[in-house]
Design a protein around this ligand. Structure first.
Ligand code: ADQ
Length: 460
């Protein structure tokens, strides 16, 4: 079996315990230890004239961590990746900023990564690049003469051509994409969006099965919806029953139902509309006041980007307004927490929540929706309220699907979920759980790598 090389912005260190590292990090680490391999990424450090990467080994896996020049790192991460590509791919053109200096910095970081990675590569390695921070990496590696298999997985949505064309560097970015052998996207809609751009704008040709020809390049674009480690979540959720943490949670609820939301504090996650919908639910369904508590867990993210600071202030104000308006001396309607939790604690909270509320304005997949489903008690499961604009909505058809731009519609869905009979809840949960159990993080990983291994054979 060929050696696997993974490239991602952040690298999960071998010392990070499974309970803390995300499901994706754990699955990638497993794939690396099975095949033997290398995980390459940013060290998290900046310095002028950065030296070659620090390389160390743990078991069958080597890790290589590259420092970056501070100005390049800013232009790459806060600039082009998160100031341009993130809003673009989440359909937020009003928040998109494009500066040539950022685009150049983004390319410089990718070229730098390619130069430091190349000496660590063997010709028959399989290289798997993760996410929008590194779209030009394959092109840079090819320039340096690497001819082996390179795959790319895009964790966020791929926008339709009308939106994608707003990006001044759209043509260059798709030329970069064409240097991969396999491009993985989250959903069939994403695949259609990219293929439509390629055939209509870039004058490429499309073959059945996602085969693409663009200039002298041949590659495939395929949907691989990402999953979770369902078994681990089921186990954690079951193990939480009766433990001290669960007791504390139940005591604090004093018999009231719980609705839970878990999202990074990010404008793609639709948090202000979710809060507004909860306020509207309390206003228009006064019979539920004092009977349901909502807990929104929203760890801080990208705090160096201005839009995220403004969002944080907005949410603090909205949470304060809802609690000011509806709280009783013995009931706080909205608990709002900015801290991270261990997977076992999240599983306990999910299991005790009668509603899971996942209402992003756009989301590549949304793993929280799947985790919530996996953590439920099959006899008395909660209801998932899910945005139709999350990739997960394709698979989780047992959820109550909502339009996150329709605040009153979401409030009505909360009411419907809260009053849903147990038979319907079980039926909907079973539909969702079948998908969560079948399409796991492991099958996702194996599926992508199996196709990438055969990529070179595809066009004969
Ligand atoms: P994210 O935008 O980060 O991921 P999501 O898929 O929901 O969104 O994953 C978040 C993960 O972080 C979940 O596993 C969740 O449990 C965890 N998490 C969130 N809050 C936490 C907290 N307070 N403590 C501990 N853990 C917490 C991007 C894309 C998504 C895509 C994923 C994977 O934006 O659309 O589903 O990558 O491809």
């Amino acid at each position: 079996m060929a050696r696997l090389v993974i490239v991602s912005n952040r690298v999960a260190s071998p010392r990070e315990r499974a309970a803390k590292a995300g499901g994706l990090a754990v699955a990638l680490r497993e794939a690396l230890s099975q095949r033997g391999g290398l995980w390459f990424g940013w060290s998290g450090e900046t310095q002028v004239d950065p030296p070659p990467p620090k390389v160390f080994r743990s078991g069958r896996v080597s890790y290589a961590l590259q420092d970056l020049d501070p100005e390049d790192q800013r232009a790459h991460y806060a600039g082009y990746a998160n100031g341009t590509l993130w809003p673009l791919c989440h359909y937020r053109l009003g928040l998109l900023s494009f500066r040539r200096a950022d685009w150049e910095g983004y390319r410089r970081v990718n070229a730098h990564f390619a130069r430091s990675l190349l000496p660590l590569l063997k010709p028959d390695d399989i290289v798997w690049v993760h996410d929008y921070h590194f779209i030009p990496l394959a092109a840079e590696l090819r320039k340096l003469g690497f001819e082996g298999r390179i795959g790319y997985f895009h964790h966020i949505p791929w926008p339709t051509p009308e939106v994608f064309l707003s990006l001044p560097s759209h043509a260059a970015l798709v030329r970069d994409i064409s240097h991969y052998d396999l491009v993985g996207l989250q959903t069939e809609d994403d695949v259609r969006a990219l293929l439509t751009y390629i055939s209509s704008e870039a004058r490429g040709w499309i073959a059945p099965g996602g085969g693409v020809g663009l200039k002298d390049r041949r590659f495939r674009v395929v949907a691989y919806p990402i999953g979770i480690d369902a078994e681990a979540f089921v186990k954690d959720a079951r193990a939480s029953v009766g433990k001290d943490e669960e007791k504390r949670l139940k005591e604090s609820l004093a018999g009231r139902a719980l609705a839970v939301g878990v999202d990074r504090l990010d404008y793609s996650k639709g948090l202000p509309s979710k809060f507004a919908a909860f306020g509207d639910f309390l206003a228009r369904y006064p019979e539920h006041r004092s009977k349901m508590t909502m807990m929104q867990i929203a760890p801080l993210s990208r705090a160096e980007v201005t839009e995220y600071q403004a969002l944080r202030r907005e949410l603090e104000e909205l949470a304060g307004a809802i609690n000011g308006e509806y709280a009783e001396f013995d009931w706080v309607p909205l608990r709002y927490l900015n801290r991270p939790f261990q997977r076992a604690t999240l599983a306990a909270i999910y299991r005790n929540a009668r509603l899971g509320i996942v209402t992003p304005l756009r989301d590549g997949m949304n793993l929280v929706a799947k985790e919530y489903v996996a953590a439920q008690d099959p006899e008395n499961p909660g209801v998932l309220v899910l945005s139709r604009f999350a990739g997960a909505a394709d698979e989780l058809t047992g959820a109550l699907l909502v339009n996150p731009y329709d605040v009153e519609g979401m409030a009505d869905a909360f009411h419907r979920a809260f009053t849903m009979p147990v038979e319907e809840r079980r039926e909907r949960w079973r539909t969702n759980m079948d998908k969560v159990e079948t399409n796991t993080i492991h099958s996702w990983c194996e599926g992508f790598l199996a196709d990438l291994s055969q990529a070179a054979d595809h066009f004969g």
